[in-house]
Design a protein around this ligand. Structure first.
Ligand code: UDP
Ligand code: MG
Length: 151
């Protein structure tokens, strides 16, 4: 089985609601190894590159604002980015994170526990986790320099 790395982002709704510690507790209890962690200033360019596959979706422009913290008053567009490593870590973390729609996410998952849909219909699903091997490789490279991954 392949040893993989995956990118997790604690989204601005979680940061604003002081859920960072609770979410990291869930991630840590997975048993996977943390190999990268830092605060990142999410530039317009980084946000658009990160979500480039979704650029034709109707929610894209709001998604860029959301990930940059513009709906939650996050100063300097900062976000906590983490990289975990291990066997099947990409799919295992996706299970722990839960479905994209927080109302459909199992209550045992992070999104099921803490996510919500606003009255305006915006998903606030508290965490990003790379969706598959291809995305994970692209995203870890996009958010971290090689020397920032400690393994
Ligand atoms: N998203 C949204 N509405 C949708 C689908 C997605 O607001 O109908 C947002 C949501 O924040 C989601 C992100 O876009 O986490 C990326 O979408 P994707 O389909 O990649 O879901 P994820 O991989 O995050 O579960
Ligand atoms: Mg995705």
């Amino acid at each position: 089985m392949a040893i993989e790395k995956t990118l997790l982002l604690i989204k601005p709704d979680a940061a604003k609601r002081k859920l960072t510690g609770l979410i990291i507790d869930r991630l840590e209890n997975s048993g996977f190894e943390l190999v990268g962690a830092k605060l990142v200033r999410v530039t317009e360019e980084l946000a658009r590159e990160h979500y480039s596959a979704l650029k034709d979706q109707p929610f894209f422009e709001n998604l860029i604002k959301y990930i940059r913290g513009e709906f939650h008053g996050i100063k300097n567009n900062k976000i906590l980015a983490l990289v975990y490593k291990g066997e099947n870590v990409i799919s295992e973390m996706r299970k722990i994170v839960g479905k994209t729609n927080p109302e459909e996410a199992d209550p045992d998952t992070i999104r099921g526990s803490f996510g919500r849909i606003t009255t305006k219909g915006q998903f606030e699903n508290v965490i990003h986790a790379s969706g598959n091997k291809e995305d994970a490789e692209k995203e870890v490279k996009l958010w971290f320099k090689e020397e920032e991954i400690i393994e």
